[in-house]
Design a protein around this ligand. Structure first.
Ligand SMILES: O=C(O)C(=O)C[C@H](O)[C@H](O)CO
Length: 317
């Protein structure tokens, strides 16, 4: 039995070293990355039994993805496919004023044909928590249906459903995304959204607390977490609002910060903490992630505690 099961696409992540431009690069770092496997890995490293579900091509590229996920701390339970591609993205890291840029090459990925029937859904039904994100229904009409099916069967089984809006403008427009996301909301217990996505995609207004209250009132979420980048995060749970400042980090690689935050938050919720303590832990995991290359927070629980206790003077000797 897993405490946490996630479902979604994991791509190969190819990035020039440092901040080199893609068009001039002569070498690429070769990693695997995807929001839902990131969350599983992050929680798995911190003591949760975490399993990532997906569908991958039966090829060395697909096996590279499962090997990466499994070597980092989560279990991978994958449907192997004779058809469909391994999605890839190219990541060009940058610093201000140049934005970090992502170029997707993920059309016709094997996962875009995944249906609930072929996935090990009993693992979701037996789990404490099921997580997926708004990236998944954006990938194909089939995955839009599968996302709905998985959230509903999880909810019917009493598994807590957690969903991060994770809007990706290179996959769909706000006008396309909003009705699909809202059709999923009735089956979601815990909603995570960036404040900017709540405004731009869900059409909400006001400050983060107003946004959280409007979402909870309209859709009946048990918990709403609004992430605000450098301004931290705010959660609304059982009518109570908690604000959590971001913990400062010298950023080396910001990709995956949101997934580190969710992984940390779910770890502590699954381990029995209340929302305020889980939010603080999430902020610490997210800040650590920003110091580490790759999409995941490869940290230990002790390292997170050291950030929370501010016991680290910057040199471990
Ligand atoms: O954009 C996506 O679909 C990804 O999953 C790629 C990134 O690695 C992920 O978003 C980081 O959260």
């Amino acid at each position: 039995m897993s405490d946490l099961v996630t479902f979604g696409e994991t791509m190969l992540r190819l990035s020039p070293p440092g901040q080199e431009r893609i068009e001039r690069a002569t070498e690429l770092e070769f990693r695997a990355a995807g929001a839902e496997s990131n969350v599983a890995v992050n929680a798995g490293r911190l003591g949760v039994e975490a399993t990532w579900l997906s569908k991958l091509p039966e090829s060395p590229l697909g096996r590279k993805v499962t090997a990466t996920v499994e070597s980092q701390g989560a279990d991978a339970d994958v449907v192997w496919s004779e058809e469909g591609r391994q999605g890839t993205y190219y990541l060009e890291q940058a610093s201000k004023p140049r934005p970090t840029n992502v170029v997707y090459d993920r059309a016709n990925a094997a996962v875009t044909t995944a249906t609930a029937d072929e996935l090990p859904t009993e693992r979701i039904e037996r789990a404490d928590c099921f997580y997926t994100s708004g990236i998944t229904p954006a990938l194909s009409d089939t995955l839009e249906g599968t996302t709905a099916d998985l959230l509903e069967l999880a909810q019917d089984a009493g598994t807590t459903t957690v969903f991060d809006v994770n809007y990706r403008s290179k996959l769909w427009t706000p006008a396309e995304a909003r009705p699909v996301l809202e059709s999923l909301f009735p089956a979601i217990d815990v909603l995570v959204t960036a404040e900017r996505d709540a405004r731009a995609v869900l059409g909400l207004e006001g400050d983060a607390e107003r946004i959280a209250r409007d979402l909870a009132d309209e859709w009946g979420f048990e918990t709403v977490v609004v992430t605000r980048g450098a301004a931290g995060a705010l959660a609304l749970h059982a009518g109570d609002v908690t604000e959590q400042p971001a913990i400062e980090a010298d950023t080396y690689d910001a990709v995956g910060t949101g997934d580190a935050f969710v992984g940390g938050f779910l770890t502590r919720r699954l381990q029995g903490d209340g929302v305020p303590a889980a939010l603080e832990y999430a902020a610490a995991v997210a800040s650590l992630k920003r110091t580490i290359p790759g999409d995941t927070a490869l940290v230990t629980p002790d390292e997170v505690e050291a950030v929370l206790e501010k016991t680290d003077d910057g040199i471990a000797r």
